[in-house]
Write a protein that binds this ligand. Sequence first.
Ligand code: CA
Length: 228
Amino acid sequence: MKRILVVEDEQAIREMVGFALERAGFRFEEAADAEQALVMIASRPPDLVVLDWMLPGMSGVELARRLRSEDMTSRLPIILLTARVEENDRIHGLEVGADDYMTKPFSPRELVARINAVLRRTSSPEEERPIEYEGLSLDPAGHRVQADGTALELAPTEFRLLHFFMTHPDRVYSREQLLDRVWGRGVFVEERTVDVHIRRLRKALAGRGHDRFIQTVRGSGYRFSTRV
Ligand code: CA
């Protein structure tokens, strides 16, 4: 379970975000100021930090800068929260190394969707290793797919879908689960959109017959399997 640390001095916002995070399947951790956050991060770095810009004592921007400057935390994903809307501040926030940025008031669902997107973008090296099944290979870091050595052109959604399938083989996923895991929770897309992308993915894989790996399980959803 991914751990999200929320650094925010307003308790009401921490509670609102915490509720949304737990509902989305994250482990919620909280700190009321930057100093407390530093202690928590040093003892056990979370998977992502949601950081309020305006904090008593050390500001969120200052904390972001410190996290970026230290080896242990230089790659820790950060989403900055702020009440400021000026373009200069937005640029400033991204300059200190935040991965994304949300202006208050915000919808907790949108925050969850952004968290999923940032986690996908910044996935750990473990998840970056190339994967191969019977001549079908996918290189997450290089964003490349090959079928028996021939490069395939996949659209971003088909690529993510295939990556998810190849890292979760032999299990059936419903359309709803695929939407959550591939598109991200809190993103509102109709379930039949999944069918459209499955169809495109199969078409892209059909050249060398790898479309056989994408199996329809009637009444349940889809499965990636090299077994028939
Ligand atoms: Ca604040």
